[in-house]
Design a protein around this ligand. Structure first.
Ligand code: TXA
Ligand code: MG
Length: 348
């Protein structure tokens, strides 16, 4: 299959191009499209066969459910059996935006989307391209991140094509996603809403409007079985093994240099996913992919997956990553880095 490539303006997308893409979706095809978080791989979310195509193109385990993307609040009522008061508050505050709500589903939603669960994950993206595409398709779009299963999510059309060229019908390129990590997933079917995946809307922001939020214990330990099925798989992993250093930033840099020197002395080619400040202190032989500046978690989130993917074109034997503080977007960044490391963590 030849993947059709379309460039679209992110603020004022060309309706002709989006209409063509919407037609592909209506016919059961797969279209990768930009969102403010990462690029998604879309299919008609009410067509089980089209949804099956997503799993096949990504090589995704079929028990890992998908998010339905909508463009208007009124579409929610045919997909969710009820919308609790807490969820209404979140919708008012954060939609459109990087927040996914888990709600009880209606019979309208195919099992192929939910992996057989009685809940469904729904989000309204902020990207104008995404929302216009959904409107023109006239159906909710099931869309996971547009990467091969297990690989870092794509934040550019080029990253999508590196994984899925020839496996999907079309791609809409609107430049880099500005948030860079996926949406926050929050389960609104529990008495107190439960954070299942940290993302673009921070825990602090959720606490601010809800007062109380449970955090899925699997998020901190990485050992218990997570309630968000997707969190149990190896994820976000670059092709070389990655070791994550976590802890106080001053001791972290000296320990990082030590670890790197030891690896180089053993003849290894070393890569580092680090801040600008830390990169300046590393030996010249280290290949550094800089994710941003210390203390700027939004910049680090935006560049994180690009930095991980950099080492696919510049192969190394081992990658060391510099951990950051878990406040704000730092919680999502650290969640993804821990998973990318397969929980190979050096605490300093
Ligand atoms: O930012 C995003 O959310 C991106 C863009 C494309 O919108 N999409 C995305 O989809 O990250 P995906 O499939 O890569 O991640 C969906 C996450 C998985 O961790 C999945 O297990 C969880 O949402 N999920 C989906 N349905 C669920 C449900 N009913 N209950 C609990 N977790 C669910
Ligand atoms: Mg994903």
């Amino acid at each position: 299959m030849q993947t059709q490539y379309y460039h679209v303006n992110r603020e004022t997308p060309d309706t002709g191009v989006l209409t063509q893409a919407a037609r592909i979706l209506q016919q059961g095809g797969l279209v990768a499209f930009p969102t403010e978080t990462v690029y998604g791989l879309g299919a008609n979310g009410l067509d089980a066969q089209a949804v099956a195509g997503i799993y096949q193109a990504k090589g995704r385990p079929s028990d890992n459910p998908l998010i339905l993307h909508i463009a208007d609040r009124c579409e929610l009522d045919r997909l969710a059996r009820s919308v609790p008061a807490n969820a209404e508050v979140l919708i008012k505050k954060f939609w459109p935006g990087p927040l996914t709500l888990v709600l009880e589903r209606t019979a309208c939603v195919p099992d192929a989307v939910t992996g057989g669960l009685d809940t469904v994950a729904i989000r309204m993206p902020n990207s104008a391209v995404a929302r216009e595409l959904i409107r023109l398709a006239g159906v909710p779009l099931a869309a996971p991140s547009a990467n091969t299963s297990g690989r870092p999510s794509p934040t550019t059309a080029q990253a999508v094509l590196a994984d899925l060229s020839g496996r999907i019908d079309a791609i809409l390129d609107a430049g880099p996603s500005n948030i860079g990590v996926e949406s926050t997933v929050i389960d609104c079917t529990t008495p107190v809403p439960t954070l299942l995946r940290p993302g673009g809307v921070t825990l602090e922001m959720l606490l601010d409007v809800l007062g109380e939020v449970e955090v899925d214990p699997a998020l901190s330990s990485g050992k218990t079985v997570p309630r968000s099925p997707g969190m149990k798989y190896t994820h976000y992993a670059p092709r070389a093994p990655l070791l994550l250093l976590e802890g106080d930033s001053r001791t972290l840099v000296s320990r990082l240099s030590q670890e790197i020197s030891t690896a180089m002395a053993a003849g290894k080619k070393v890569g580092a996913v680090v801040s600008r400040e830390t990169a300046a202190k590393l030996p010249l032989e280290v290949i550094a992919a800089i994710y941003g500046s210390q203390g700027c978690p939004a910049e680090i989130a935006a560049n994180l997956y690009g930095a991980l993917r950099y080492f696919d074109e510049h192969p190394v034997d081992v990658i060391y990553a510099e951990g950051i503080s878990e406040s704000g977007l730092g919680l999502a960044v650290m969640n993804r880095l821990r998973k990318a490391s397969g929980y190979q963590i050096i605490k300093v």
